[in-house]
Design a protein around this ligand. Structure first.
Ligand code: S3P
Length: 445
C-alpha cells in the first residue's frame, strides 16, 4: 500500500492524567499468520479481532493474489477460504507488502514451497531491509531467487521448489520471521524439517500450525533456545482464530500512563505469551506499577488485563537475552528510560538496525533531539535518565510507526511539546492510535 507523498506531522503535549479502559487492536504477528494459515488450510477459517492495519491488509491482498478467498464480514471479523498446502496459484502482478517485513518474509517462505513464481516488493523502507536471511534457507529447500536490486534486497522474484527438500536449519539470528518462513516452506516438503534457534523467538507460527492440525514438536535447545520439528505435507484444516490485543501496541499507552502524573488506566485482553512480555518484566524492574488482572488462556494464547498507574521509575540493565521477547519495544522503553532516575543500558540490540528504520540510530537521535543524553556503544543503547520530565523537540521517524508512536508518548510527559515529522506510518500497525490516546485524555494533534 502506498503512502501519500506528503508527510503528516503531529505533536503531543502534556495535559491531564490518562484515565480509562482501552483495548488496543489485535496482535499484528498473529493477524498476519491467521490470514496466511487460513489461506493454506482447507475449508473456512473465521478470524475475529484481526488487526485491520495496512501491514496486515497487504498480507490479505497477497493471499487473494495467490488464490485464497478473503472477505471482511464485520469489525475485525474475516472469513478466509484456503487453497490447501501447496495449492497457491501463480499470482498476476507483483506482491506488494508495503512497509511489512513480516508479511513479505512469511509469504516468501510459503511461496518457496509451491511450484509458482512470484515477485515481492515493498515501500522504500522495506526495500532497504535484508531478505537474504530468507533466501538462504529457501534456496537450500530447492527454491530459486533472483533479486533485481542485489544484496538481498527487494524487489525479489522467488521461483518455488517443485519438489521441496526438508532441511535442518539453525537460524543465524533469533528471528521468528526466519523460523516461520522455513516452517511455511516446509509444509510442502515430504519428511521432517527442523529449525533450531539459539534464543527462542515468538512462537505464534508453531502454535497456529498445531491449531490447524499439523504435527509439530517443540523442545528446549541449549540454555535459551528451541528446536522445532515439523512433519511435512500435513492437511491443514480450517480453524477459528481469536486474535488477542497486541502487547507491542499496548506498550505505548502503558508507558504513557507510567510517565504522565496521576494516570490510572486499564489495558484489556492483552496477549501475555511469555515470548512477548519482556517489556513488562523490564518496566516492573524499573519500579512500574503494572498490575496483572484476570489472566486467562481461552483462545490458544494467554491474555490478561493490565492496570497501569503513574510510577517513579529507576534506570536498569536490560540483558541481551531478553531482546527477542521485547524486540519491538525498545523505542518506547528508551522513552521510559529518559524519565527514569539513573542510567538504563539496553544490551544486544544489533537487530534494531534492520527494522522499519535503523531503530538504534533513530531512537538515539530522537532522544538527543529532545535534550536527553543517550549513546550507542557497540550494540547497546545507553540512556541517562534524569528522574524528571524532559523533552521538547522534533523527531525524524524514517517511515517507522514505532518511532512515531514512542516519541508522541514522550510529548505527553514532557515540559514542552514533542513533534514528529510524519505520523502516516502509524496506520501500518495501529490505525486507531490517535483517537484511542485522545479518549484516554492525551493531547495529541
Ligand atoms: C515478527 C518478528 C520480529 C518482530 C516483527 C514481527 C513476527 O521480527 O520484530 O515486528 O511476527 O514474526 P524478526 O523476526 O526480524 O525478529
Amino acid at each position: 500500500m502506498s503512502h501519500a507523498a506528503v508527510k503528516s506531522p503531529l505533536a503531543a503535549r502534556a495535559g491531564s492524567p490518562l484515565k480509562g479502559r482501552l483495548r488496543v487492536p489485535g496482535d499484528k504477528s498473529i493477524s498476519h499468520r491467521a490470514l496466511i494459515f487460513g489461506a493454506l488450510a482447507v475449508g473456512e477459517t473465521r478470524i475475529s479481532g484481526l488487526l485491520e492495519g495496512e501491514d496486515v491488509l497487504n498480507t490479505g491482498r497477497a493471499m487473494q493474489s495467490l488464490g485464497a478467498s478473503i472477505e471482511r464480514i464485520g469489525d475485525g471479523a474475516w472469513r478466509v477460504h484456503g487453497v490447501g498446502v501447496g495449492g497457491f496459484r501463480q499470482p498476476q502482478g507483483v506482491l506488494d507488502f508495503g512497509n511489512s517485513a513480516t508479511g513479505c518474509r512469511l509469504v516468501m517462505g510459503a511461496v518457496a514451497g509451491c511450484p509458482i513464481t512470484a515477485t515481492f516488493d515493498g515501500d522504500a523502507s522495506l526495500r532497504k531491509r535484508p531478505m537474504q536471511r530468507i533466501l538462504d534457507p529457501v534456496t537450500l529447500m530447492g527454491a530459486r531467487a533472483s533479486e533485481m536490486a542485489k544484496g538481498g534486497r527487494l524487489p525479489v522474484t522467488v521461483e518455488g521448489a517443485r519438489d521441496p527438500i526438508p532441511i535442518v536449519y539453525r537460524t543465524p539470528v533469533p528471528s521468528a520471521q526466519i523460523k516461520s518462513a522455513v516452517l511455511l516452506a516446509a509444509l510442502a516438503a515430504p519428511g521432517e524439517t527442523i529449525v533450531i534457534e539459539s534464543e527462542a523467538s515468538r512462537d505464534h507460527t508453531e502454535k497456529l500450525l498445531l491449531h490447524f492440525g499439523a504435527d509439530v514438536t517443540v523442545a528446549a535447545a541449549g540454555t535459551h533456545g528451541r528446536r522445532i520439528a515439523l512433519k511435512g505435507e500435513p492437511e491443514l484444516n480450517a480453524a477459528p482464530v481469536v486474535v488477542p490485543a497486541d502487547p507491542s501496541s499496548a506498550a505505548f499507552p502503558m508507558v504513557a500512563a507510567l510517565l504522565v502524573p496521576g494516570s490510572d488506566i486499564v489495558l484489556t485482553d492483552v496477549m501475555t505469551n511469555p515470548l512477548r512480555t519482556g517489556l513488562i518484566t523490564t518496566l516492573r524492574e524499573m519500579g512500574a506499577d503494572v498490575e496483572t488482572l484476570n489472566l486467562r488462556s481461552d483462545v490458544g494464547e494467554e491474555m490478561a488485563d493490565f492496570r497501569v498507574r503513574a510510577s517513579a521509575l529507576k534506570g536498569v540493565d536490560v540483558p541481551a537475552e531478553r531482546a527477542p521477547s521485547m524486540i519491538d519495544e525498545y523505542p518506547i522503553l528508551a522513552v521510559a528510560a529518559a524519565f527514569a532516575d539513573g542510567t538504563t543500558r539496553m544490551r544486544g540490540l544489533k537487530e534494531l538496525r534492520v527494522k522499519e528504520s535503523d531503530r538504534l540510530a533513530a531512537v538515539a537521535d530522537g532522544l538527543k533531539a529532545n535534550g536527553v543524553v543517550a549513546e550507542i556503544e557497540g550494540d547497546d543503547l545507553i540512556v541517562h535518565g534524569q528522574g524528571r520530565a524532559q523533552g521538547g523537540g522534533v523527531v525524524m521517524t524514517h517511515m517507522d510507526h514505532r518511532i512515531a508512536m514512542a516519541f508522541l508518548m514522550m510529548g505527553l510527559a514532557s515540559a514542552k511539546p514533542v513533534g514528529i515529522d510524519d505520523a502516516s506510518f502509524i496506520a501500518t500497525s495501529f490505525p486507531s492510535f490517535v483517537p484511542m490516546m485522545r479518549r484516554l485524555g492525551a493531547d495529541v494533534g
